[in-house]
Design a protein around this ligand. Structure first.
Ligand code: C5P
Length: 327
């Protein structure tokens, strides 16, 4: 049940249903929550670990919602036992832009699918997951994948098995995803939509040294929801330096506007040698791409010394989606 970063996150205008159409390149990284399910009298969840006190344990809990959605999809699923006890050990921080809640939902789906022997295919599980949250289908799939629609329409990226080394900088605080999308709409203003055109440039957030014309948190340009061909070709080439130069996130200026300290965090990582930097999803976690494992270690040490974040973690990507680790 991995966390994710978005190597590209291009956001279109708000839709009638309140969501935004997007084009994104998801990338699963090696920061995992562990979720266990056991038969129980009724559905319940207990949470330990990182930010445990901030995870809801009622029906707002995404893992419990996933359990209910799966039960509804396979009516005989719960016959042997009326409920499940979900236990989660969290390492992915809450409301950090890393889709931790979606990872937990995906894990609960995979676990209950096994427990109930539903026989659903991965695609059917993804369809159930998509009803729980926009990022759940990707948390099931893992790897590197292009997401469209709300993010739930996935195409795995045909890329070589290059391992990328990342440093995640966890912020001292949280951001609520809907607020970040709303801030983006506000920054763009009423005239900011409807243009099509060039792939995202530096102003859409995300930044590597060759694209220094972009801002670390400048006002977002109009939405251009096109897949960044240069990013995809960098991924196909397995070229970390090129990938670093093409990282982009339309939500970044919005996240920085709500959490101005991120500007310093992003700048520090680049100054300390990252190949590229961007806000992870809706933030406030920042992700820095390093040239190799050694550079990642150096960067992690330097970042924690620089005092520009709460803590750091070294992760690699891509990693597989939610998997069963024991029967
Ligand atoms: O799908 P999920 O519940 O994860 O989305 C959380 C919120 O993020 C939505 O309620 C919406 O405000 C925003 N969102 C969006 N467009 C997307 C995905 C999420 O506006 N494609």
């Amino acid at each position: 049940m991995p966390a994710k970063v978005n190597l590209q996150l291009a956001v279109g205008p708000p839709r009638a249903d309140g969501y935004h159409d997007l084009v994104t390149v998801f990338h699963a990284v090696s920061l995992f929550d562990q979720v266990t399910v056991n038969p129980a009298a009724r559905d319940a969840v207990t949470v330990t670990g990182e930010d445990a006190d901030q995870v809801p344990v009622d029906q707002d809990n995404l893992a419990l919602r996933a359990v209910a959605a799966l039960r509804a999809a396979v009516p005989d699923g719960g016959t042997s036992s009326p409920g499940v006890q979900v236990t989660m050990a969290k390492r992915i921080p809450v409301a950090a832009g890393l889709a931790g809640g979606s990872a937990d939902a995906a894990a609960a789906l995979v676990a209950c699918n096994e427990l109930w022997a539903t026989g659903l295919t991965q695609q059917q599980l993804c369809d159930v997951g998509a009803t729980v949250g926009s990022d759940v289908a990707f948390a099931l799939l893992g790897g590197t994948a292009v997401g469209r629609g709300r993010g739930e329409q996935l195409t795995p990226a045909l890329v070589p098995s290059t391992q990328y080394h990342w440093v995640l900088a966890f912020a001292d605080g949280q951001l609520a995803t809907p607020e970040v999308f709303t801030a983006l709409d506000r920054l763009r203003g009423p005239g900011g939509y409807g243009r099509t055109g060039s792939p995202p440039q530096g102003g859409s957030g995300g930044m590597g040294p060759p694209r220094s014309g972009g801002g670390l948190g400048g006002v977002a340009p109009p939405g251009t929801t096109q897949l960044d061909a240069a990013l995809m070709s960098a991924l196909r080439a397995g070229d970390a330096k090129l990938v670093g130069s093409r990282l982009s996130n339309d939500l970044q200026p919005a996240a920085v506007s709500l959490f101005p300290a991120l500007r310093k965090t992003l700048a520090a990582g680049l100054e300390l040698g990252a190949l590229g930097a961007l806000v992870a999803g809706s933030g406030p976690t920042c992700a820095f791409l390093a040239a190799n494992a050694e550079r990642a270690l150096e960067l992690a040490v330097a970042m924690s010394g620089a005092g520009v974040c709460r803590s750091v973690a070294r992760v690699t990507g891509p990693v597989p989606g939610a998997t069963v680790v024991s029967a």
